[in-house]
Design a protein. Structure first.
Length: 382
């Protein structure tokens, strides 16, 4: 059997070999209409060698209360004599949905990216369910909407995005880039369009809803706008829409920030990465600004960066009074003679390089470690 969709042709053998994760739900279809508590064994032949079995016909929901997908619990049987089986979430489609499971399967397989979901199996219903097509996938842990649509301590901590949420955002950015490179776009990206998979300490985000865009760059650019809206929603619902996060979201929605540059924005850096950037900036100033006269280098972009940096260094900034008291009370702290951008950078660099000398003993939580004596596990600002 040959399956074709959007100029992709995939042989039956290849379809049978590609078996992993996938998910899809059509907004226009009310899956509740298929509920039937007496029907626990809906079978669908998949390329003649697999079966999708709905083991519980009660409709399940995944995601936030207002942004979710519906599915059925089931299993997929495959292999010689259908002796191998695995748990699955099963999505059902009809002709009214404008989508069929086999076409979706082919599209997901064609992209074949670690940042998009990979379908497990598909098939057509039998007997009274022959009007349906089914897509079976391993059950995801949750959806992005669980992170963005309400308070979640895994989204924001101390008014900053958590490392887990930053990792998820990074996966989404890479997924969007991958889709664009292959001629697709997300077409109204929402939290329910992104599955979250957790295994031990690893959290992965995978996009499952996307459409063919071809070379339409205007459509593709809207994906960055939608990402900005999702990040804005996540911050506001967690009461953490700071100036830093606002800057990130505005640049995404204004289409001035896209691609891998998104992940370099300070709102998507962890604390240690921000520290390292300050050290790198201090070194850049030392090498390119302080140690040599300001003459054109012949590189317009570099000259522009240095010019803007010099302006910031000489600008008057009232920053000393905003320093936490545990820093200013440290014996290592030296009050600035002038409050400028340069003195601010110098102060941060000194703090980051000598952080152990600034942290007061009463602010430390200590835990005994048999092999290493005392280990600092956290700092609490009083």
């Amino acid at each position: 059997m040959i399956v074709a969709r959007e100029n992709y042709r995939i042989s039956r053998r290849k379809l049978l070999l590609i078996m992993n994760i996938g998910l899809r739900y059509s907004d226009g279809y009310n899956m509740d209409t298929m509920s039937d508590n007496t029907s626990h064994n809906i079978l669908s032949q998949v390329n003649g060698s697999s079966q999708i079995v709905i083991t519980d016909s009660k409709v399940q929901k995944l995601g936030s209360s207002a942004n979710y997908v519906k599915y059925y619990k089931g299993t997929v049987k495959f292999g010689k004599g259908l002796r191998i089986q695995t748990k699955a979430s099963v999505l059902a489609f009809t002709s009214c949905d404008g989508e069929a499971a086999d076409a979706l399967y082919v599209r997901l397989v064609a992209v074949n990216s670690p940042f998009t979901v990979k379908p497990l199996s598909y098939g057509r219903g039998i007997r009274r369910y022959r009007e349906y097509t089914f897509l079976a996938v391993p059950p995801p842990s949750c959806l992005l909407s669980n992170y963005t649509d309400g308070f979640n301590d895994k989204t924001v901590s101390m008014k900053r995005f958590t490392e887990e949420f930053i990792k998820i955002t990074g996966d989404i950015v890479r997924a969007i880039i991958t889709l664009h490179c292959q001629g697709y776009w997300c077409s109204g990206l929402k939290g329910k369009h992104i599955c979250i998979y957790k295994m031990e300490k690893c959290t992965d985000a995978k996009i499952w809803s996307f459409c063919f865009a071809g070379g339409n760059e205007a459509k593709k650019s809207e994906d960055w706008v939608d990402l900005g809206k999702l990040l804005e929603l996540a911050a506001k619902r967690n009461d953490s829409y700071t100036a830093e996060i606002e800057d990130l979201c505005k640049k995404l929605k204004n289409k001035t920030l896209r691609g891998m540059k998104v992940l370099k924005h300070s709102a998507l850096l962890n604390v240690r990465e921000k520290f390292e950037n300050i050290i790198a900036l201090n070194l850049f100033i030392l090498v390119h600004v302080k140690s040599q006269p300001q003459v054109p280098s012949g590189d317009p972009e570099k000259d522009k960066i240095i010019s803007e940096l010099v302006k910031f260094m000489n600008a008057s900034l009232q920053w000393a009074k905003a320093m936490p008291h545990w820093i200013t009370q440290s014996s290592n702290y030296q009050a600035p003679t002038t409050e400028t951008g340069l003195s601010f950078i110098d102060g941060l660099r000194d703090l980051f390089e000598h952080e152990n000398e600034y942290i007061p003993e009463k602010g430390l939580m200590q835990k005994k470690c048999p092999s290493k004596g005392i280990m600092i596990v956290a700092f609490i600002e009083s």
